[in-house]
Write a protein that binds this ligand. Structure first.
Ligand code: SF4
Length: 331
């Protein structure tokens, strides 16, 4: 995840929720299925933004939100890309294994160029899927938990893996890198309060994981509803309403059914419906808010968590690079 500051509900449903579920999956009590690594992609942040003044604080805010959401740093290290130098080294090696024509065909870069109105693409921006390949393979990642929009990037990582393994191998012809598979996140990204685009802080259509109940209420008032439901008693169509979409995620099944029936019959007005929805969102966020506050009150502890995780990541990354050096006969 790029460190763009405090996380919102879209980050939670699109990624974090899935990460916590994967972290906690066990076959028997104490027998965990996955070892997760969580990267704060601060080098990646440079591909589209050279204003680095907030970068460190944004990384800390990301860590706070991850901790609040239930990522356990003891089991799932969380670390900054810039603090594990092997990311840059493996990126350099991998950049010899892919052509610029292949990277220019990457739909992710094309979308960003269009969305951000970029005039000409920087070398590092074009190569960011190569850096992602290094991010994944330094830890010999076998599964990459992503949304569908990231599939082309995992495909590039798979291509790089095959090329590397074809040219270089370890002792007794062993493969250095596994070919990673995407693991699609179960939940679709949330639409923003404007109902148009996905939730994004820069579009001003988001509810933050750290928003207190009054902030949630204020933001919910701006949410787009069925435009045909003008007066309180007009019947509405919840299927095209952003607020109803949030109810399905954050309210109880009982309340969601009540909202659907009330909306269709016209018995429920949008103002009341939004109040109910804001209440559900805040109930959902309360335990996270409490955990976030506990960690935010101890900045030294948060720094220590980051430093410890970075030491663990560096150890794994150094072992991988040792194998890479030997396979490539650097001497
Ligand atoms: Fe949306 Fe609720 Fe209004 Fe229906 S009553 S349009 S679900 S806000």
């Amino acid at each position: 995840m790029r460190p763009t500051g405090k996380l919102h509900l879209g980050h939670y449903t699109g990624a974090l929720e899935n990460w916590v579920a994967l972290q906690n999956e066990q076959t028997l009590p104490g027998n965990f299925v996955y070892q997760n690594y969580h990267l704060i992609a601060d080098y990646h942040a440079l591909t589209t933004n050279l204003e680095t003044g907030e970068l460190y604080q944004n990384s800390i805010d990301t860590v706070l939100d991850w901790l609040a959401a239930g990522i356990d740093p003891e089991r799932s290290p969380m670390f900054r890309q810039s603090q594990v130098k092997a990311h840059a080294e493996l990126f350099l090696i991998f950049s010899m294994l892919i052509t610029t024509a292949r990277l220019e065909r990457n739909p992710g870069v094309k979308d960003q160029v269009r969305d951000l109105d970029i005039e000409s693409v920087h070398y590092g921006h074009l190569g960011y899927p190569v850096l992602q390949a290094a991010d994944i393979l330094l830890y010999k990642g076998e599964l990459v938990p992503i949304g569908e929009d990231q599939l082309p990037h995992v495909e590039i990582t798979r291509e790089i893996t095959r090329k590397f393994n074809l040219h270089f191998s370890g002792a007794n012809n062993t493969r250095i890198f596994p070919e990673p598979e995407p693991k699609l996140t179960k939940f679709a990204r949330l639409t923003g309060l404007d109902g148009k685009a996905k939730m994004s802080k820069s579009l001003g259509n988001s509810i933050l994981l750290s928003d207190a109940p009054d902030a949630v209420m204020t933001k919910m008032r701006t949410a787009v509803t069925d435009p045909a439901k003008v007066r309180r008693n007009d019947p509405g169509n919840p299927d095209i309403c952003t607020v109803y979409h949030y109810h399905t995620k954050f309210s109880t099944a009982e309340m969601t059914m009540e909202v659907e029936a009330g909306c269709r019959s016209g018995a429920l007005g949008c103002v009341d419906c939004k109040k109910m929805c804001a209440g559900s969102v805040s109930t959902f966020l309360t335990p996270m808010l409490e955990r976030r506050e506990q960690f935010a009150a101890k900045p030294e502890l948060v720094k220590e968590i980051l430093t410890d995780s970075e030491a663990k990541a560096n150890k794994v990354a150094a072992a991988t690079m040792q194998e890479v050096h030997e396979a490539m006969r650097f001497g």
